[in-house]
Design a protein around this ligand. Sequence first.
Ligand SMILES: [Zn+2]
Length: 122
Amino acid sequence: MQITQPSAGRVLGEIAVTVRHQPDTPLTCPSCGSAGSRYDSRPRRWRHLNTMQWKTFLTADVPRVACPKCGVKQVRIAWAEDQSRFTELFEAFAIQMLKAVRSTVQAFFWGSRRGQASIRNP
Ligand SMILES: [Zn+2]
C-alpha cells in the first residue's frame, strides 16, 4: 500500500488521505491464507483521527482476491475491521472518550449529592 498526498476533502473542514494498493503485491485470502489472483477492487472510506481540527478520512480501492478454495473475498486491511467504517485508532479513541464521559457524569452526580448534603447540613 502507498499513501498519496493528503488533500482537502470534498467538504470544508475535511482532509482526505488516499491509500493505493501496489498492483504487483501478492494477494492472500483473508479466510484461509491461500494465494489468489486479483478479482477486482471496491472503493472504501474510513473515518480516522482528526488532523489538528480537521476531520480526516482514509480512502482506498480495496482489492478482492479470487481464492481457489473460498471464492471472492476482500483482502484484509491493516487499519480497520472488515466491515467497519472507522479506523481502529479512531475506534480506540472513541472508546476512551466514552469512558471519560461516563466518569464525568458520575463525578457530576457525586458532586450534586455532596452539594445537597452541604445545603441540608451547613
Ligand atoms: Zn480462501
